[in-house]
Design a protein around this ligand. Sequence first.
Ligand code: S3P
Length: 176
Amino acid sequence: MSNLPNSIFLIGYRGCGKTTVAKLLAERAGWTWLDADAYLEEKFALAIRAIFAAEGESGFRDKESQILREIARLTQHIIATGGGIILRDENRRLLKSAGTVVWLKASAATLWQRIVGDHTTHERRPDLAGGGFDEVVELLQQRESLYEQCADLTVDTEERTPGDIADELWHRLFAT
Ligand code: S3P
């Protein structure tokens, strides 16, 4: 295996499959997977919802950047990031320098379907702009160019299973 990346960072909107794909790809590669949001919650002993309630979005974003600076030092990890990690320029630069960045892309309609299908998501994730399908459309519009800018590789996840996506990534990143 040549040109092996340090770590692989999965970026994309909520519902794109980052955590599931991270687990599957790590299993296949014999690497370790990490969910950056779960790590943040563990580190600060607070749920994301509670951080938003106490400190607002900017307080959460500060913590998110702090965690990223820490996990950017890891090697041979497949890392699922939070959907808004690309909002700060410093985060985008750090992601790009720390490893290979993969954007798991999907349309607003598909993401919304998956979010609605996951009953735990509303308990775990605060609304950011009014909620519902309109929020997905609005935030995706704001973020798509940032995901694109940050990504070394983009994978279209429409009508594909996480297993299928992990397979594609395995072939493109490891089986050389
Ligand atoms: C956010 C997405 C969430 C979490 C936080 C903010 C966002 O992560 O980081 O609620 O701004 O899109 P997931 O993408 O894992 O749901």
